[in-house]
Write a new protein. Structure first.
Ligand code: NAD
Length: 289
């Protein structure tokens, strides 16, 4: 397939490289990045001209809307517009509507798996799209990822992503505060892990990504809390979840608390660039307030 790929940053560049390595004809466009090994166009319209599929991997919804306005008029009816960025549910639905009006099949397919998953071709895609669009894009998901879940119509991929990450943010904070409390109660971290990881408090945050160094499997905690999944990216996703909750009039008290906690950690404490599990050393330095 001829693929136009817009947004070749930390995630987009390795995803595009995997598509090119699988034999697809990939032409990239980025306002800043110049990744090695990808043929680059001078403009977004040049990148998408004649493409069967256009993939975007952009920082946020405002940029996605601006790029969509530029490229949709140039794309051929019947082609695919596959956005893999993490953006607002309403942005995904608005862009899909614009695409549909032009006869283009849109998919929102945000990912989990991070930069390692993008490089290794092991991402999970959460997809909002028609059955037809999902079937057409499936071979590309197979190259860039190990799993693609069709979550329903346009916007549902973004909905799945922010609901999952709202759970992740809240459980990571809960896991960290339990370790910090255990410290003050004189409970060894290893004993705490041995109990919780096999009891009803277990979770991905505890069992797979334990925030305590030297305990449980290898995780960013064992590497000075270098990401991993940076706290500011978690904050972005928690803000998306709260925007969606406001728009849908859903009560999400834990999600709101998680957003406020990461906002304080990242912006109040200046801890951007640290892994999102670094909430643990932060909490252990604090007293009850
Ligand atoms: P990034 O900032 O590294 O890459 C974004 C790229 O888009 C940059 O190279 C930037 O120059 C380019 N760009 C910005 N405006 C543009 C425009 N108008 N036209 C063309 N290119 C433009 O970000 P990333 O880490 O690759 O993340 C991309 C998306 O994936 C985000 O929505 C993010 O939330 C999501 N995501 C990231 C991760 C992660 O671990 N990094 C994990 C899951 C999801």
């Amino acid at each position: 397939m001829k693929i136009g790929f817009i947004g070749l940053g930390n995630m987009g560049a390795p995803m595009a490289a995997n598509l090119a390595a699988a034999g697809h004809d990939v032409i990239g466009y980025d306002t800043m990045a110049k990744p090695e090994g990808i043929v680059m166009a001078a403009s977004p319209t040049e990148a998408v001209a004649g493409a069967d599929v256009v993939i975007t991997m952009l920082p946020n919804g405002a940029i996605l809307r601006a790029v969509a306005l530029q490229i949709l008029p140039v794309m051929e009816p019947g082609t695919l517009f596959l956005d893999c960025s993490s953006v607002e549910v309403e942005t995904a639905r608005a862009v899909a509507k614009q695409a549909a009006d032009a006869g283009i099949l849109a998919l929102d397919a945000p990912v989990s798996g991070g930069v390692g998953g993008a490089a290794g071709g092991t991402l999970t895609f959460m997809v909002g799209a028609s059955d037809e669009a999902f079937a057409l894009a499936a071979p590309l998901f197979d190259i860039m990822g190990q799993k693609a879940v069709h979550c329903g119509p346009n916007g549902n991929g973004q909905a799945a992503k922010i609901c999952n990450n709202m759970i992740l943010g809240a459980t990571m904070i809960a896991t960290c505060e339990a370790f910090a409390l255990a410290d003050k109660l004189g409970l060894e971290r290893q004993a705490m892990f041995d109990v919780v990881s096999t009891s009803s408090g277990y979770s991905w945050s505890m069992n797979t990504y334990c925030p305590a160094p030297g305990v449980g499997p290898q995780s960013p905690a064992d590497n000075d809390y270098k990401p991993g999944f940076a706290a500011e990216l978690m904050l972005k996703d928690l803000r998306l979840s709260q925007q969606a909750a406001e728009a849908a009039d859903a009560d999400t008290p834990m999600g709101r608390t998680a957003r406020d906690t990461y906002a304080q950690f990242v912006e109040g404490e200046g801890r951007a660039g640290m892994d999102f599990s670094a909430i643990l050393p932060w909490l252990t330095q604090r007293n009850r307030r």
